[in-house]
Design a binder for this molecule. Structure first.
Ligand code: DQA
Length: 148
């Protein structure tokens, strides 16, 4: 059975560590990738880690994941709040999907409280900083174990 997990990041997350550090912290996306690789290796998962500022590329990656992956961890950035197309792509993906937000979106502007992706996600982590990615990977590993 596949142990491959896609970790997908949407717009502006390439600026992690540089943009609004008071909200998103000082770690870079490279730091997040390194932490994810460490957790994944310890949990026996393989990961493909991607970031794109282009909605269609995130959709193409979700389509690619349909063929191979046992789960998706996704921080869609602002596309969370706007993209029916990403929701549709995730609805065409059967294994578990976990939505991650570094900040607590419920504590911020009202428009951040609505997530299209949450209509599909099996779990949502918000406000745990970049550790949220690691927690989502641990949850996926647990689910995959339970599946045998
Ligand atoms: C975010 C929250 C979104 O509202 C925002 O547009 C982002 C990052 C987060 O990780 O907290 O780009 O997804």
């Amino acid at each position: 059975m596949s142990r491959l997990v896609y970790v997908l990041n949407g717009p502006n997350l390439n600026l992690l560590g540089k943009r609004q550090p008071q909200i998103y912290g000082h770690e870079t996306l490279a730091d997040v990738e390194a932490a994810c690789r460490e957790v994944a290796a310890a949990a026996g998962l393989e990961i493909r880690f991607h970031q794109s500022n282009a909605e269609f590329q995130i959709i193409d990656l979700i389509h690619e994941a349909r063929e191979t992956a046992a789960g998706i961890v996704i921080n869609p950035g602002a596309l969370t709040h706007t993209s029916v197309a990403i929701l549709d792509a995730l609805n065409a993906f059967e294994p578990p999907v976990f939505e991650v937000h570094i900040s607590n979106v419920h504590k911020r502007e009202a428009f951040r409280r609505h997530s299209y992706v949450s209509l599909r996600a099996d779990g949502v982590i918000a406000g745990f900083g970049t550790q949220g990615y690691e927690l989502a990977l641990l949850r996926l590993a647990r689910l995959l174990e339970a599946d045998g």
